[in-house]
Design a protein around this ligand. Structure first.
Ligand SMILES: [Zn+2]
Ligand SMILES: [Zn+2]
Length: 647
């Protein structure tokens, strides 16, 4: 061991300390304030506890509450405090994994019955006792035999232990009565954990494997300040109110049914209208920009996906093969398609193409099926039947920049102008293992960057993050409550044109290989509509709203003029419904509000006589404007035409 360690502080200065010095001591030597604020430290790339004796030199930084990594340390420790509390209340509970996650932590327990909300209250109270005891969280390195002895009663821990390699350090952390097999890092004491809350419990298969035992997972969150904790709990509450699964049911947009299977969406009339409007918008937009519609088969011979290379690579995500068709050899099998690329390639290849034909832009809103694991499915956001707004562009390498520029224009029109979303672009470039020459990659990456710069777009560079077959631009956006969503991708591909030997005749009369772009704007209809439901909390802009106007006669005498107005709206292409039930007007307005209908057109005796409507606007309370039926119709028509984001 060296006689002296050299730690380099963030300001570049160096400190020489004897081996075994703790980060706490170094922090103390820098300043008492820093030592008090310290949560953990970073040495080299690794986060270490404050009381861990250092044995290596390297870049050194004290982590305080301001560092994002400090939250990770806090939450890791919170998971241990949770397990400590559970073990005190349920001494026989088996323990699985307890990692920190985004915004919180969880811990998996093997217990005979699920935890109830009352159990969680008791456990949280017990956690406060563990915090009050302010146990030091002590790290210890042990031999395999010793670890086996300590966790002899915890088969899940023994299983994990068996996976730790012979050369690896086995570390154990103890806080008070509880001991866990863990790599760390953690807080120095349980008392540092102050602002936390248990959120919910759910069943979870051990290691996410449905063939293994079902454990009970408790989720919690932890923060450094009361304000942060409260703000987070409010965000959760807000997210819960927007949950597309709850709103999807309340607004009668879609269902997923056991008889049919998980991850397969039934679009009810109102949900189907959302999809229809989105399709019209994107198809019109694409057609105006030189795209061409195609339709390709849902099932194909398996050979297609062998040739494309999808089957060997992504076979597990494809549904199993179907028997041969009538009159075909036994060994011919069919597959339902998981993607549209090979189909569009065959359309390209069905003809001799010249350089003048390029770019050839094929687009199809198509259903594909992927055999996602059932544990990962989630409402409309993660499904097995996907409706993609899928497009493939075949082009010459020298056309990449202009084409990307044009695609970014569509992204801006849809995400920015129409939905008012703040989105980010990530440019992912050549990874180490790649297909195609450096020269081709160079040219493509330069073209992508040039297009991004020409658009004046700010983008992040994800160096090395591209797929092996080409660079890409990922689109991410934030919803109304600040959550980030993964949007569509614009992906260049040098591989598939190669596999399918695609060609075009150049101006030199020689055959050349085109480049291919995979692009989607929404991504999938399921995911995008799920996002829109949550983003708008079900209150869609008028152009998108499944029902745009609800006409409400005040009394029976106005039913006929109200119906006439509804019909007039419908004839003008406006989605208008009539509620002429005998319930009170207030009751019917409340119902329309619940269904988040943008406009309620009330027609009483005076309105019927003067061909006017008393207009109520969604969410605006009792306030109402009286305007002529002509003016109202013109107003709504204009709002729909311009895809206005209100009301
Ligand atoms: Zn841990
Ligand atoms: Zn594709």
């Amino acid at each position: 061991m060296a006689h002296e360690l050299v730690v380099t502080l963030p300001d570049g200065s160096e400190r020489r300390v004897p081996p075994g010095t703790t980060p706490r001591a170094i922090a103390q030597s820098i300043g008492a304030g820093l030592a008090r604020a310290a949560v953990a430290a970073r040495l080299g790339g690794q986060i270490v506890e404050l009381d861990r004796p250092l044995e290596q030199s390297g870049a050194f930084q004290v982590l305080t509450e301001k560092d994002a990594d400090a939250l990770y340390v806090l939450r890791h420790s919170a998971a241990h405090v949770l397990a400590t509390a559970v073990r005190r209340l349920y001494p026989d509970a088996g323990i699985g994994f307890g990692p920190p996650i985004d915004d919180g932590f969880y811990y998996d327990f093997a217990v005979p019955r699920p935890f109830t909300p009352e159990d969680l209250e008791r456990i949280e109270a017990e956690m406060r006792q563990v915090v009050a005891a302010d146990y030091p969280i002590v790290r210890e390195e042990v031999s395999r035999a010793e670890a086996q002895r300590r966790f002899a009663a915890d088969p899940l821990k023994l299983e994990r232990l068996g996976e730790i390699g012979d050369g690896e350090t086995i570390s154990v952390y103890r806080d008070g009565p509880f001991e866990d097999l863990c790599r760390g890092p953690h807080l120095a004491n349980t008392g540092r954990l102050q602002h936390f809350k248990l959120l919910h419990a759910a069943g979870a298969y051990w290691r996410g494997d449905e063939k293994r035992q079902m454990l009970q997972r408790i989720y919690g969150t932890a923060w450094f300040s009361k304000n942060d904790l409260e703000a987070y709990v409010r965000r959760l509450e807000e997210a819960r109110k927007r949950d597309h699964r709850i709103l999807g049911k309340q607004l009668d947009l879609y269902s997923i049914q056991d008889l049919v299977g998980p991850g397969l969406v039934f679009w009810h009339p109102k949900g189907a209208m959302l999809q229809f409007q989105l399709r019209r918008f994107i198809e019109d937009t694409l057609l105006e920009r030189g795209n061409q519609l195609v339709y390709t088969p849902h099932i194909t011979r398996e050979q297609l996906f062998l040739k494309s290379g999808h089957l060997p690579l992504y076979g597990e995500n494809q549904f199993p093969a179907m028997a041969a068709g009538e009159g075909e050899a036994e060994d011919v099998r069919y597959r339902v398609k998981p993607m549209n690329c090979p189909g569009h390639i065959l359309v390209y290849a069905a003809q001799q193409r010249s350089y003048r034909d390029l770019p050839l832009r094929l687009t199809e809103i198509a259903n594909v099926y992927r055999n996602e694991r059932s544990g990962t499915l989630h409402g409309m956001l993660r499904v097995r039947g996907l409706t993609m707004d899928d497009g493939h562009i075949f082009l010459r390498p020298d056309q990449i920049e202009d084409e990307i520029f044009a695609l970014l224009d569509i992204v801006e029109l849809v995400m920015g102008q129409t939905f008012g979303l703040t989105y980010r672009l990530d440019l992912a470039t050549r990874p180490e293992k790649k297909l195609g020459s450096d020269e081709v990659w160079e040219q493509a990456e330069r073209a992508l960057e040039a297009a991004l710069k020409r658009r004046g777009a700010t983008y992040r560079l994800d160096a090395g993050g591209g797929a092996f077959y080409g660079p890409k631009i990922d689109i991410k956006f934030d919803d109304a409550i600040g959550r980030e969503w993964q949007g569509a991708t614009i992906q260049l591909d040098f591989q598939l044109p190669e596999r399918f030997q695609l060609e075009y005749t150049g101006s030199d009369n020689k055959p050349h290989r085109p480049v291919m772009i995979h692009r989607a704007i929404y991504g999938t209809m399921e995911r995008f509509v799920g996002f829109l439901i949550e983003h708008f909390a079900g209150a869609f802009p008028v152009w998108l709203a499944p029902e745009q106007v609800r006409v409400l006669p005040i009394a029976d005498a106005q039913t006929a003029p109200a119906r006439a107005f509804q019909e007039r709206l419908r004839a003008a292409g406006i989605r208008a419904a009539l509620d002429d039930r005998s319930d009170t007007l207030n009751y019917r307005i409340r119902e329309a509000e619940l269904m988040k209908v943008p406009y309620m057109a009330v027609i009483g005796a005076r309105e019927a006589e003067g061909a006017t409507v008393a207009l109520r606007i969604r969410g605006a309370g009792k306030k109402q404007d009286v305007l002529t039926q002509d003016a109202f119709l013109a107003r709504v028509t204009d709002e729909v035409r311009t895809r206005w984001r209100g009301p």
